[in-house]
Write a protein that binds this ligand. Structure first.
Ligand code: MRU
Length: 350
């Protein structure tokens, strides 16, 4: 296996910078960029240079450090005011992936727990916390792989939607970590990747990751999933999630809901893999999950070419919610939730 580059990493100590793979350039070009201002981190999240719920959380953690370092703080209250500004600002970058808010809240809680630390010591402590978020995410990816691998067939096809791999996390991914772990355990799997309109995370990123690992992969247009299932080419579907409500309803890349409905209609098990940082337990159901709506040009002028006539209405929600009853199991770093219900989610996560 080729060595897989880190999706994002902290470079240096303090001051340092956030390095990330610019995912908008893949697969044609492999480019790493360094973010040295909080504005550039915000832009990178907003424009999907870094994307995928856990990776957005890790980027927000390091992005907070980028936004705090270099300031001349007269005292802790000046530092805390800047922390509030930076975290409030980063929180506006994207609305759906709860990992973003989870990571920002985690840093704010650490600061609140250490009111006596001077600004420079507090900043160093926050960098430790951002690094812990990064390291824990890697561990959670590995644990999801261990817990979920046996759910996948010993041999056969597995369909996934969007990219829930190493590019979407600090580690090996969520859904793809399960696939990678199954392959490592000897399962003979063929990955089918929905291309994932409109931004093609499946075609560009999931296919790229599978190629890096020499795992056979076939890209299909999103509209081909029904035929794929009818022809029995896949024995399981597994995706990631951006936010999971207390009852197990799971928001993920738009189109996931359609795939889950198709899976039910064809008797194919539909699984979700997500770390505990993706659960939003105060939300009773998926109806309360905010769904990001993105610019119409992603549909009308995708990848440099106009494909919709001028003046036509366009609707571009980036996510949809798959109801819990369509999900056979949710793989977390703590274990597998199945059947999926408010009670079983609470039992695993409380
Ligand atoms: O808009 P994106 O590319 O950030 O959407 C990403 C997804 O929907 C992923 O499936 C999800 O974040 C899970 S990533 C492990």
């Amino acid at each position: 296996m080729t060595s897989i580059p880190r999706t994002l990493s902290w470079q240096g100590e303090l001051p340092g910078r956030l390095r990330m793979i610019d995912q908008t350039k893949l697969p044609a070009e492999f480019l790493e960029i360094d973010c040295e201002t909080v504005e550039s981190v915000w832009e990178a999240i907003r424009s999907l240079r870094v994307r995928g719920a856990p990776a957005i959380g890790v980027a927000a953690g390091y992005g907070t450090i980028v936004g705090l370092q270099g300031g001349a703080y007269a005292n802790r209250s000046a530092f805390d005011a800047r922390l509030t500004d930076v975290t409030d600002y980063l929180a506006t970058s994207r609305p759906t992936a709860v990992n973003l808010f989870w990571a920002l809240d985690r840093l704010k809680h650490v600061a609140a727990a250490h009111p006596d630390l001077a600004p420079s010591a507090m900043l160093a402590r926050l960098l430790d916390e951002a690094r812990a978020i990064d390291a824990e995410d890697r561990e959670m990816c590995a644990a999801m792989g261990r817990h979920g691998a046996s759910l996948l067939p010993q041999a056969g096809g597995v369909l996934t939607h969007c990219n829930a791999g190493g590019l979407a996390t600090a580690g090996d991914g969520t859904a793809l970590s399960v696939i990678f772990a199954a392959v490592a355990a000897g399962h003979d799997l063929h990955v089918f990747a929905d291309e994932t309109r409109p931004l093609l995370q499946g075609a560009r990123l999931t296919a790229w990751e599978c190629r890096q690992r020499n795992i056979p992969v076939t890209v299909i247009c999103d509209s081909m999933a029904a035929l794929l299932m009818r022809d029995r080419k896949v024995q399981a579907v597994i995706t990631g999630a951006d936010r999971i409500a207390a009852n197990g309803d799971a928001a993920n890349k738009v189109g996931t809901y359609s795939v889950a409905m198709l899976a039910q209609a064809h008797g194919v098990p539909f699984y979700v893999a997500a770390p505990s940082s993706t659960f939003d337990l105060p939300l009773a159901s998926g109806a309360d999950i905010p769904i990001e709506e993105r610019d119409a040009t992603e549909i009308t002028h995708g990848f440099g070419r106009q494909t919709v006539p001028d003046g036509v209405n366009v609707w571009n929600p980036a996510f949809d919610v798959t109801p819990a009853h369509l999900i056979k199991a949710i793989v977390t770093e703590r274990g597998v939730i199945s059947p999926v219900s408010t009670e079983s989610v609470a039992a695993m996560l409380s």
